[in-house]
Design a protein around this ligand. Sequence first.
Ligand SMILES: *Cc1c(COP(=O)(O)O)cnc(C)c1O
Length: 443
Amino acid sequence: MSDNPIFKGSNVTPKVIARAGRISTPQYLYDEKIIVDKCKEVLAMPNAFGLNVRYAMKANSNMALLQLITDDYLCLDCSSMGEVKRAHDADIPYDIMMLTTQEVPIGEDREKLEEMMLDGLKYNVCSLRQLGKVADFAAEHDIPLSIRVHPGVGSGESSTRNTGDKYSCFGIHLTDLERALEIANDKGVIFDQVHDHIGSGGDPEKWRGNIDILLQGFVGSYFPDAETVSFGGGLREARMPDETPADIQELGRYAALKIEDFYECTGRKLRMEIEPGTYVVANSGFLITKVIDKKQTGPDGFEFLIVDGGMEVNTRPLLYGSKHPFYVVSKDGELLSSEFELDKLDPNTSKKVIVGKCCESGDSQSLDEEGHILERLMADPKVGDYVVIGGAGAYCSSMSPFNYNSHLQCREALLREDGAINVIRMPQQRKQITQNEKPLKKF
Ligand SMILES: *Cc1c(COP(=O)(O)O)cnc(C)c1O
């Protein structure tokens, strides 16, 4: 039997799934090849006067992946002080990180932030209060700041992932810009970068529109010292066969054209920055689960496959109604069905629903936006076979309520380009769940 990759451009084959799955399930298996190819692809985005790419580490912050992505490839976008510290713990230098956070640096964090900024951390001011807290220090040490502006319009794959419209409060709104500039002038600090991030996985047309808004509405009108313009992340990736990814080449060409126009009008050569999270890692992740039971709910009901990983390892379907591709692999490593080749299935194959092992009716890998279970076509596995959930590299491990129902955070592994499988997270031990709890009674 052939052992072809289960996903285009990947090295993950059914045999690799069985090799990893035998050790433990559920398990996230990442493909080094996909991550490296994605890094190279985003770095090759057309640009006018230089490009800097920051990986948004909240998408997946595993230490090994951060090291892989930053070695020779991308800089980092950090969403909290905790993320900056975590990346630094992975031996990544502060001077390739930018911090864009809702937190306000006070107390110990303030001291720590100063240390980090002296070592090159870029601070992206997101509120007037944050600016007030760091301006003196930045001025005293001649450290230019970045500023996140609130463009007033955004776009996300769902309303909860739109970060640019009036329902979201990220960045400094247009109506507060004059005030921000007054504070900066007063303190003697400059903004050498203007940034926004309008949402995740939204309409690429809106992403293009944002380029115009940022250049004309903000950089040109308010920020004479800006040398870099950051368009944020949110580049759409296609996980399912019927989805279309953002066209990086086309977006790059458009941005380059606009940045060149800007140069023609102003004589200013702007460097471009982007911050993809999803786009870099989403399709590198394969969540391997094992079928542990089967049930059906009568003639009007459904055929259920109960697998050993659900909302606690991938909460995106429950949170957003997101769709992920499914692969069914036998326990000895034969591909029984693939989301990308459903036409190969016997037409009499019945539709099934996949549920996890949590006590929660929304614990399914296939839900619509209202939270109803959606049936899907797939082969009929035996108990002990694997159901693999694709597109599980971004916002799965990093975002999941993994200890719900006292389940344990699971193993993560990386398929190297040479075929080796490296463990990059050991499974959690039972006692780690309760180690910080304090009992009422001594025992
Ligand atoms: C989350 C985030 C990103 C990455 O978004 P993706 O949709 O994963 O590409 C980039 N920049 C900022 C500021 C973010 O908060």
